[in-house]
Design a protein around this ligand. Structure first.
Ligand SMILES: Cc1ncc(COP(=O)(O)O)c(C=O)c1O
Length: 490
């Protein structure tokens, strides 16, 4: 929750609406009182009420619409149903208890509502459907159908041997990674890799080092197994590894060294070495999340931590969510030899193995060169979008924003000089009125760190993979107008 709301006058309103959505008083689609009416009734400013609505929208409880009252999101209802334990007897729910994990999971927000149709959506983590290599995928998929194996049976939990061979060759070619094919484990996206690591490497109470700000889905997965999170601040070079010296008892450190999420730094070699030395000295594991390294525009690819690691402390995680599609749920891990059996067994316990048909299809794309052809095409497309975004920021907001993390990946960060951090939610709400969805940095900080945001500029994470250059230009123009309106109110 935004720090201003947490401490400020909007808190009671936030809690009340959230509770009413969760207990079903406000059902899916129900209209909330207008911000004007609510502000008058409560003696709050409309800005505060709008910020509360935006926070609830970001958490998936409600949907906000320009010129219309906010409504309870459809997804919020299903979250409510899940929390209640189904549509059964609501007056008399079962008292059967949840595990500690279940309780922690119960408090996590489910995905928020997507931006309404017509909005210009700077979402990161999503790809345009038109960019998927449909023909190549369909062709390969048909070949797999024709294979008609004589037996339909469970296979190796580490994944299809053909895919692991093809991926092994690709990673050596593209990323300079050397490992034994036995070290590769195919998973249902990076998220499952993080989940398997959490189960295999963390006990309740263990300390997990994470970047701050950082990737919330990693924070959640470690927190859900009962680990204590220690956020290490990030500067323009990435994780401040100098601060690790004081930490002797961590079980693992989770890092995004090639393109720090969200701020975008590339971790320089001395810090990489410092991180690996610290891990070797303290006996911690290092989880290297290399989620978007396929997109490096003006910088050379550098060795991964995995390639520098002589001691088997690094678990490398990669994904096809950024190059093919996040809906495929295909990713991979490179696991140090001493961990292979535990991770493979945990994978088997989770779901036996990733779906074979999709694995075989992907193997064919890697083998016949279609995947790399697709990568070359999509890299050009993403680079054009990135250029359009940088030019639009320069054209509409020159001197008023600082851009970070644009040299790789599919998103960048803009710091808005004239808007303080504690007005981020207000800016997001103002942009929403312009039918532009932008994503605030605040929620990506660990909760206690949120207190720091008020002193800095507001920050936005702008993903560009969903938009064509014209929409990007139009989105930034409207964002600039929103910024002007927010600053005019100060
Ligand atoms: C830091 C980070 N890691 C990994 C992923 C990809 O996750 P997955 O492979 O589970 O789709 C994302 C997606 O946005 C991300 O931001």
């Amino acid at each position: 929750m935004d720090d201003q709301l947490r401490r400020g006058r909007g808190r009671a309103l936030y809690e009340e609406i959230r509770a009413r959505v969760l207990d079903g008083t406000y059902g899916a689609g129900a209209r909330l009182p207008s911000t004007r009416a609510c502000a008058e009734e409560r003696g709050l400013s409309r800005t505060t009420v709008s910020a509360v609505h935006e926070q609830l929208a970001a958490e998936g409880f409600i949907e906000t619409r320009r010129g219309a009252s906010s409504r309870v999101a459809a997804g919020a209802m299903s979250a409510t149903e899940v929390r209640r334990g189904g549509r059964g007897d609501r007056q008399n729910p079962s008292q059967a208890r949840l595990s500690a994990f279940g309780e922690r999971a119960r408090n996590l927000a489910l995905p928020g509502a997507p931006a309404p149709a017509g909005h210009i959506d700077f979402r990161y983590g999503a790809l345009a459907g038109a960019d998927f290599p449909t023909l190549a995928w369909m062709k390969a998929s048909r070949c797999v159908e024709r294979e008609r194996p004589p037996r339909l049976e469970y296979s190796d939990p580490r994944g299809d041997p053909g895919l692991r061979r093809a991926l092994h060759a690709y990673l050596a070619r593209a990323r300079g990674i050397s490992c034994h094919p036995d070290q590769l484990v195919i998973v249902n996206g990076s998220q499952q890799a993080l989940d398997l690591c959490a189960r295999v490497l963390l006990d309740p109470g263990d300390l997990a080092i994470v970047e701050n700000p950082g990737y919330r889905m990693a924070h959640h997965v470690f927190g859900a197994v009962g680990a204590r999170l220690l956020g290490i601040p990030v500067d323009q070079w990435g994780l401040k590894t100098g601060l690790l010296a004081r930490v002797r008892n961590a079980a693992l450190a989770y890092v995004t060294p090639t393109h720090q999420f969200p701020l975008g730094a590339f971790l320089p070699m001395p810090r990489r070495q410092a991180l690996l030395n610290w891990a070797a000295q303290t006996g911690a594991w290092v989880l290297e999340d290399d989620y978007d390294s396929e997109y490096r525009y003006s910088v050379r690819p550098e060795p991964t931590l995995q390639s520098l690691d002589a001691r088997g402390t690094v678990i490398y995680i990669g994904t096809f969510s950024k190059t093919l599609s996040p809906v495929l749920r295909l990713g991979y891990m490179i696991v140090p030899p001493q961990l292979i059996h535990s991770i493979a067994a945990a994978k088997q316990l989770a779901d036996r193995h990733a779906a074979s048909h999709a694995q075989r299809t992907l193997a064919l794309l890697l083998e016949d060169g279609s995947y790399e052809r697709h990568l070359r095409r999509i890299r050009r497309l993403q680079e054009a979008r990135r250029t359009a975004l940088l030019e639009a920021l320069e054209g509409h907001l020159r001197g008023r924003v600082t851009v970070a993390g644009a040299s790789s990946g599919l998103h960048l960060v803009t710091w808005i000089h004239d808007v303080p951090g504690d007005r981020e939610a207000e800016l997001v709400a103002e942009a929403e009125r312009e039918r532009v969805r932008v994503y605030p940095l605040g929620p990506l900080y660990l909760p206690r760190r949120g207190a720091d945001i008020g002193r800095k500029s507001a920050g936005l994470v702008l993903g560009y993979a969903l938009l064509n250059p014209e929409r990007i230009e139009s989105g930034v123009r409207r964002l600039a107008a929103s910024i002007r309106r927010v600053t005019a109110r100060s």
